[in-house]
Design a protein around this ligand. Structure first.
Ligand code: URA
Length: 231
């Protein structure tokens, strides 16, 4: 169920302010009946909404995940490089999904895309601070000092002050890294600052949303449970 004003606003028939006036003026009808209540709840899948007698098509809000391969830019378009949009199935591209945040060209893994502008804005905001989990293959060996330095919050020589993060060695040259922010090349720069050059980086999870076994280069819609985790 969805509020009538939200449905009309997503269908982009008018601005939010104009919508109120349109509804109050009795120009909108639902299932053949004129409505004047903007907070009326409608079933967007079956309700027949019209404005001045013309049907209004609802815009489906969709959020998908991609297992991004290396070599693709997180951008809507680029003159030189391939972009992640080339991997988004046509049906979602037509619905104008856009990446939430970004992964470097060389980084693989979980990338969320949505056509819900508010959700995108909220999740991409530095204030959101959801923990992101990365798997890295790197030179060098993780020491107790490295783990403590990550926990305290690294101060990089290029001036970046990082929030406390977690570093967990899985085996020599393979680690899990958890960070709450997403500055440019952040994980690579954090590891480099401890003399561990990253050769391979993959994002496994954002908060409680995990990539699971989604094949490289593929997309799928989030489940209802996953969508609730984003609330
Ligand atoms: N940190 C990086 O270095 N690269 C990414 O793509 C994401 C986090």
């Amino acid at each position: 169920m969805k509020r009538l004003d939200k449905f009309l606003s997503e269908a982009k028939v008018a601005s939010r302010k104009e919508l109120k006036q349109l509804i109050r003026a009795g120009r909108v009808s639902v299932d053949g009946k004129t409505v004047t209540q903007e907070d009326l709840k409608i079933n967007e899948d079956i309700a027949k909404v019209t404005l001045d007698g013309k049907p209004v098509a609802g815009r489906r809000i969709v959020t998908i995940m991609m297992n991004k391969p290396a070599g693709y830019l997180t951008a809507a378009e680029d003159k030189r490089d391939k972009t992640v949009m080339e991997l988004v199935p046509e049906e979602y591209r037509k619905m104008n999904v856009m990446p939430i945040g970004r992964l470097d060209k060389a980084t693989e893994g979980l990338l969320l895309l949505t056509n819900d502008g508010q959700l995108n804005h909220r999740l991409a905001s530095p204030k959101h601070g959801v923990w992101k989990t990365y798997y890295a293959e790197h030179d060098g060996i993780v020491t107790a000092g490295d783990i403590r330095a990550f926990e305290k919050g690294l101060h990089l020589s290029d001036g970046l002050h990082c929030l406390p993060a977690k570093l967990e060695a899985l085996e020599v040259g393979k680690s899990l890294i958890r960070v709450q922010e997403g500055k440019f090349h952040q994980v690579r720069r954090m590891m480099e600052s401890r003399q561990m050059h990253v050769n391979y980086l993959k994002r496994l999870a954002e908060g409680e949303i995990s990539l699971g076994d989604l094949p490289l280069g593929q997309c799928r819609e989030l489940t209802e449970e996953e969508l609730q985790l984003l609330e």
